[in-house]
Write a protein that binds this ligand. Structure first.
Ligand code: ATP
Ligand code: MG
Length: 359
């Protein structure tokens, strides 16, 4: 997030460590403002306000909230830093009317960890939302959840699986059209029932145009995730280029089919790809061993760039947008009458320089 710091407390480093960009010019557009007792009256209007009253008296909270009832007040800088993203992203559920339009479920898949399932889900969700579709990304990797961390939301998440009535309140709005449903904090994965996950999925489908599911490794062993594959309109099987890929990919299609995804709905993403090391044909052939069944295609080859990916994670950004735009074109197309493209945003000179500098 872009945060205007009008406090004289030195929390800039902590906020930067959380991936935020600190602004000191009050005329710039920002997502939140941090101020103190001397500066809260100078904060720009319409921007979520965080007042740090460290070392002060608790009575000051009353003073600030008398003038600005919406202000978030903190006596402790650490608490403010931990809470700021979640507070800004908190959803006003009244803005989530029922989606009467067509909706799609798209899901990432791989038999093991660390191959790029989350990167794929995040990239697809971000790009579709940027193109105007109301989208939710759902963290279904209950034992290894990390989407909230990507968005720097550090807090406990309510258990909307045990208590489905909490679902609306568990959502966060992370960018214009993009919402996040984090994994509940206190969930024990092997107690989840397939029907619980199915109900969540259908409830989200009634609110969003696109539901993007980030899934756990080895979904084959996790019964609760099977309904997700059975009900997905598209499944992106992520293959990371390495010695074992060809052998592993041979099991992908049979396992996906056994969970209920037919081959027309499968797509292959070849991640961390280097053309010098492996041919695309080898991977496609391993996926398509049964010539009688419809062929599954590689829809993207994503280059190997470790350093860029680590940097992008730090700043909550998505890389290779052109590649993901091509991948998501078919999703947008099938929603085409119902997606309103956003107005183009003209990037200011300052933010252009800052972005270049970060690259
Ligand atoms: N094309 C790429 N080049 C280099 N690094 C990448 C690439 N894609 C993803 N990574 C990095 O690889 C790591 C694992 O990616 P990711 O978290 O998306 O995998 P995953 O399959 O979701 O893993 P897990 O099963 O642990 O959830 C991340 O640090 C990510 O930044
Ligand atoms: Mg993951």
């Amino acid at each position: 997030m872009r945060i205007l710091n009008l406090s004289n407390h030195d929390i800039t480093i902590e906020l930067r460590n959380q991936g935020h960009i600190i602004i000191s010019d009050p005329s710039e557009e920002v997502d939140a403002v941090v101020c103190n007792i001397d500066t809260y009256k100078l904060a720009p209007e319409g921007v979520p306000m965080f007042v740090l009253l460290a070392g002060g008296n608790k009575m000051l909270i009353w003073r600030v909230q008398k003038d600005y009832p919406e202000a978030h007040c903190y006596m402790d800088a650490k608490e403010l830093v931990n809470d700021i993203t979640a507070k800004v992203y908190e959803v006003d559920t009244s803005v989530l009317p029922v989606n009467k339009q067509k909706s799609l479920i798209v899901t990432s898949y791989a038999n093991k960890g660390g191959v790029g399932k989350t990167t794929t889900a995040l990239s697809i969700a971000t790009i579709i939302a940027e193109q105007g579709a109301k989208t939710v990304i759902v963290d279904m990797d209950y034992a290894g959840a990390n989407l909230a961390t990507f968005y720097n939301i550090n807090r406990e998440f309510m258990n909307y699986i045990a208590n489905p009535e909490l679902l609306d309140r568990a959502l966060f709005k992370v960018q214009g059209n993009l919402y996040l449903l984090p994994a509940p904090s206190d969930i024990i994965p092997n107690t989840i029932q397939p029907n619980d996950v199915y109900k969540i999925l259908m409830a989200l489908k009634s609110k969003f145009q696109v539901v993007v599911c980030d899934t756990p490794p080895s979904p084959w062993d996790k019964k609760y995730i099977h309904p997700v594959y059975a009900n997905s309109d598209l499944v992106y099987a992520v293959v990371r280029q390495e010695k074992f890929s060809v052998a592993e990919v041979k099991t992908y299609s049979p396992q996906l089919m056994a969970m209920g995804t037919d081959r027309e709905r499968m797509r292959i993403i070849l991640n961390a790809y280097n053309p010098k090391l492996m041919s695309l044909q080898q991977i496609e052939a391993a996926f398509n061993t049964n010539a009688k069944l419809p062929k599954v295609r590689i829809v993207a080859t994503v280059p190997d760039s470790r350093e860029d990916h680590v940097k992008a994670l730090q700043y909550g950004e998505v890389l290779n947008k052109d590649i993901w735009k091509q991948v998501t074109a078919e999703i947008l197309q099938s929603l085409s009458d119902e997606v309103i493209p956003p107005e183009p945003v003209h990037e200011g000179l300052l933010s252009k320089i800052r972005r270049r500098w970060r690259q």
